[in-house]
Design a protein around this ligand. Structure first.
Ligand SMILES: C[S@@+](CC[C@H](N)C(=O)[O-])C[C@H]1O[C@@H](n2cnc3c(N)ncnc32)[C@H](O)[C@@H]1O
Length: 279
């Protein structure tokens, strides 16, 4: 294996995907695992040497995030499974990072799964998968774009069909985009959603000054991470969705963690997932 073929994102937001790969590799080793991702360790092995001693700074931050993030991976797996069972064959994952659902989940071969993430993420991800000989089990499409730009223009050429219902997955990115950028993504998603489309969004009661988030920002942005700006879709998101033709329901984080047999680790009743379905 020649590690030089996969440029490792050792800084910036793309490196958070490496962190989640570590989370998935850790979970995969557990006897009581919530999912199995055999590819996660490939990414960890390919990335670790480039971090050198900084790898040791990553570990304590991941310890803080592991319990909730690993549950979140499983919850997305469950949503994908349910959507596919109910006939959805088009899935778009925002902030797909080093996720490998197209390879590890038993999806119908005709499912079109679109992974949206930054170019530097795929510059690392694709060579690792190719070198390992990974084969997707459904139609996999990669969109190396910045969600703050016109990300949707790449979709039609890749076979996206706006007339069919879509499962939209926000996997850990919209909550961190500045509010106007996150809202623009939502507006576009809304325009591209046929009736029956689904969008599950997490509404975390994040304290941007908590120890875990300060440690993460410091790791990603360097010592002086600056003041956090208003991020994510905002508290009035449910109202917006109703006005734009979406029905919503929600579950608290505690309910969701309990549904997969893990303790509630992340916030109180304000932390919840909103499930939206297009009328
Ligand atoms: C916390 S990671 C989640 C990774 C992935 N969902 C997983 O479970 O492995 C957030 C991801 O969002 C991506 N991201 C951050 N800002 C982005 C942007 N402006 N446009 C596209 N992707 C972005 C990062 O590159 C990273 O892969």
């Amino acid at each position: 294996m020649t590690e030089a073929a996969a440029p490792v994102p050792v800084a910036g937001v793309a490196m958070t995907a490496i962190g989640i790969a570590v989370v998935r590799a850790r979970e995969t080793e557990r006897a009581d695992r919530l999912y199995s991702d055999p590819f996660a360790q490939w990414f960890v092995d390919a990335a670790k040497p480039s971090f050198a001693e900084r790898w040791d700074q990553l570990t304590p931050v991941l310890d803080l995030f592991y319990p909730a993030r690993t549950v979140a991976v499983r919850l997305v797996d469950d949503r994908v499974e349910v959507a596919v069972r109910e006939g959805i064959r088009q899935i778009v994952v925002f902030g797909a990072g080093l996720d490998t659902r197209a390879f590890r989940m038993d999806l119908p071969a005709e499912t079109r799964l679109f992974e949206v993430d930054l170019p530097e993420t795929f510059a690392f991800k694709e060579p690792v998968l190719t070198r390992g000989g990974a084969t997707p089990r459904c139609e996999r499409h990669v969109l190396p774009v910045d969600l703050r730009d016109d990300w949707a223009q790449a979709l039609p050429a890749q076979g996206f069909r706006p007339e069919e219902p879509t499962l939209w997955v926000d996997e850990g990115v919209l909550g961190y985009l500045h509010r106007p950028d996150a809202r623009r993504v939502l507006t576009t998603l809304d325009e591209l959603s046929a009736p029956g489309s689904r969008f599950d969004l997490s509404s975390f009661a994040v304290d941007p000054n908590s120890g875990a988030f300060l440690a993460l920002r410091r790791l990603v942005s360097g010592a002086d991470a600056g003041e956090p700006e208003a991020a994510g879709l905002g508290a009035d998101i449910e109202e917006w969705l109703h006005e734009h033709g979406w029905d919503t329901s929600y579950q608290t984080w505690a309910e969701q963690a309990a549904s997969v047999g893990r303790p509630d680790t992340d916030g109180g009743p304000e932390t919840r997932t909103i499930a939206a379905i297009r009328r």
